[in-house]
Design a protein around this ligand. Structure first.
Ligand code: ATP
Ligand code: MG
Length: 362
């Protein structure tokens, strides 16, 4: 956990300590009375300062008050729902340690930490935390307030904005260079390997198997980065719009008219016929509500279309609602491959390497 601390001077506990020290030195009857009052207060069970309980009950963030024995006196519903508190115990040891430090020196501390509570498909929830001494406690004090704010949603927003900006940059870059200005030989095996590599984590997280089958050794003229971007976008869609524990198959083939064909077939939700023409438009999304959950921006397929145009190729789609989709990229083969031909070698250990994407899924 990353922890920052604030200047101690302003804290209530620090003020309380310095007042006590000044009073001790005077030794007056007033001091004795104050000492007696402190002693009596220390013998009483710690109570919450008035109003704190009602404030905690309406807080949507996780808020916890712990006493001088590390016991939880009060916790908001969110703190319990996230598992930060069970019974009268703080369950996150870093938080308990932080509360003790704050109680000792009266310094307010801030930090960030992760707890293993899955949210939005992630494995843990990240919290911004602020721990402060609670002044004015009745009965001896030592109370510490722990506030923990769930950061998952705001992080998601910032990540979406980053993706959006990145996609816009990619799109304007491609539109500016159609056709690719300095085309180079690009082995499609590399393109497939790289794109699969970049999607592997997302696929694994959803239990989706990515397999590549078909011909190896094909190469085209173009820009490797852009071709990887195009295929990666298709793979990301296949993973995002498919149920967990399904399969996605990438098939590489050559066509009889001198093109390389790269198809991505999934067993996903499919696309209604009426939307098929529009999905390559910028920002077009079939089901905005569902798409929002995947965190995309609707630029992926527009990028794919422009990458294909820049390579003198094209992208096609076949899909049926509920039965999966197959997107196919066509790129002209390098001329020497068209004239001499390239051996068709099954590429992976996949038992079904028929070369037909939807067939391979069966
Ligand atoms: P991003 O910009 O992050 O790619 P996106 O995935 O929503 O966002 P596109 O990749 O352009 O944008 O896809 C447009 C829409 O087409 C998606 O919102 C989704 O509705 C539909 N779509 C694309 N691929 C598939 C697929 N394999 N299965 C089902 N629907 C798909
Ligand atoms: Mg997409």
């Amino acid at each position: 956990m990353a922890i920052r601390t604030r200047a101690p001077g302003a804290s209530a506990a620090a003020r309380a300590r310095s007042t006590g020290a000044a009073a001790r030195s005077s030794g007056s009857p007033a001091v004795k009375r104050a000492r007696g009052a402190r002693l009596r207060a220390a013998q009483q069970p710690t109570r919450l300062p008035p109003g704190i309980a009602s404030v905690l009950s309406v807080l949507s963030s996780s808020a916890v008050v712990v006493d001088s024995n590390d016991r939880v006196l009060r916790a908001s519903a969110a703190a319990r729902a996230f598992g930060l508190v069970k019974g009268d115990r703080l369950m996150v040891s870093e938080l308990a340690a932080l509360a003790r430090q704050v109680r000792r020196d009266g310094e307010i501390r801030e930090g960030e930490f992760e707890v293993p509570v899955p949210r939005f498909g992630g494995r843990s929830t990240s919290f911004a935390v602020r721990v402060a001494p609670l002044g004015g406690a009745v009965g001896g004090g030592g109370l510490v307030l722990v506030l923990a704010e769930d950061q998952t949603e705001s992080r998601r927003v910032a990540q979406r904005l980053t993706n959006l900006v990145q996609d816009l940059i990619t799109l304007s870059r491609i539109q500016a260079v159609e056709p690719v200005p300095d085309p180079r030989p690009v082995p499609l095996d590399m393109v497939v390997a790289e794109a699969v590599d970049r999607c592997r984590m997302k696929a694994n997280a959803r239990g989706i198997a990515l397999t590549s089958v078909g011909s190896s050794g094909l190469s085209v003229l173009g820009d490797e980065d852009l071709l990887v971007t195009a295929l990666r976008n298709l793979l990301e869609n296949a993973v995002a719009y498919s149920p967990e524990r399904t399969r996605v198959v990438i098939t590489t083939k050559r066509t009889s008219d001198g093109h390389a064909e790269l198809s991505v077939a999934d067993q996903g939700i499919g696309i209604p016929e009426r939307d098929l023409e529009r999905i390559f438009e910028r920002f077009y999304r079939v089901d905005p509500a569902r798409s929002r959950a995947t965190g995309g921006t609707g630029l992926g397929l527009a990028i794919v279309k422009h990458v294909m145009a820049a390579h003198n190729g094209k992208v096609t789609v076949r899909s049926a609602e509920g039965a999966g989709s197959t997107f196919t990229l066509f790129v002209p083969l390098r001329s020497e491959q068209v004239s001499t031909g390239v051996a068709l070698i099954p590429q992976t250990a996949e038992p079904n390497s028929t070369g037909n994407a939807q067939e391979a899924l069966k």
